[in-house]
Write a protein that binds this ligand. Structure first.
Ligand code: MN
Length: 259
């Protein structure tokens, strides 16, 4: 299988290298990834300055690889439109260090890398490991290969991509695979207000997870119950329930007379 791999932790991330290592034996692997960390850049793209890519070597891999000054979404677009010899069959984004669950998806560069693949009509998977501390990648990398094979076998609906989160556990402690939905759990954000050495105030965004119980069947629930979480998400952001309700509002455009 022809695979395009990106991430948002940067091309030197061990999570990306683990993913490349897992796909090397099963496919033709191409890497287009940011030259530095671009976590929490969401679906940003580069329009107002040049986008540059230079070839790099991934240790221990035959994969062709490019580092770019762009975002994960830029990397996927550049790879598909320009750098790869043919359209990839699967786009992988990750393995991210730290979970991408609940409201994180809106901010995640990892998820947006996969989302860009879906925009190009390529089946795409975002993969994250559930811990920032001492992350291990072997389970996530092996599962990503299995999932990519399953996608090639079964296909995915148009506009659908998969967001995968893997508990940071040894293989024998993984309880199973759960097809989940995105949790509504959010961070309680706060701004740390500090003073710099020149006497000026600055702010640093931080926060803690809300103390809300994880609902069964959600991505956060799966991780806390040692399950690999697979959430199918879609590019279509339309809220059909709200649209149906709003059609009863009798909204109309009434031109102001004389205007
Ligand atoms: Mn990241």
């Amino acid at each position: 299988m022809r695979v395009l791999i990106t991430n948002d932790d940067g091309i030197a991330s061990p999570g990306l290298q683990a993913l490349v290592g897992a796909f090397d034996p099963v496919g033709e692997t191409f890497v287009v990834a940011p030259e530095r960390e671009r976590s929490a850049t969401g679906h940003a793209i580069t329009l107002h300055k040049p986008l540059r890519a230079h070839g790099v070597a991934i240790p221990g891999s035959a994969a062709r690889a490019w580092a770019t000054n762009g975002t994960p979404a830029d990397c996927v677009a550049l790879g598909i439109i320009e750098l790869l010899p043919a359209k990839p069959e699967v786009v992988l984004s990750g393995i991210n260090v730290g979970p991408n669950v609940a409201r994180d998806l809106t901010y995640s560069g990892t998820v947006s890398g996969a989302m860009e693949g879906a925009i190009f009509g390529v089946p795409s998977i975002a993969v994250s490991v559930g811990s920032f501390r001492n992350p291990t990648f072997s389970v996530a990398a092996a599962f990503a290969v299995e999932l990519a094979r399953a996608i090639l076998l079964h296909g995915l609906p148009e506009d659908t991509l998969l967001n995968v989160n893997v508990p940071n556990l040894p293989p024998d402690r993984i309880a199973g695979v759960a097809i989940t939905r995105q949790s509504a759990k959010r961070f309680i954000s706060r701004m740390e207000k500090r003073v710099d050495p020149r006497g000026r105030t600055y702010y640093w965004l931080t926060g803690d997870p809300s103390p809300v119980e994880d609902l069964e069947g959600t991505d956060t629930w799966a991780l806390t119950h040692n399950h690999i979480s697979v959430t199918p998400i879609t590019l279509d952001m339309t809220d059909d329930r709200a649209a149906a309700a709003m059609r009863t509002w009798d909204l109309a455009w009434r031109p102001v007379s004389g205007a």
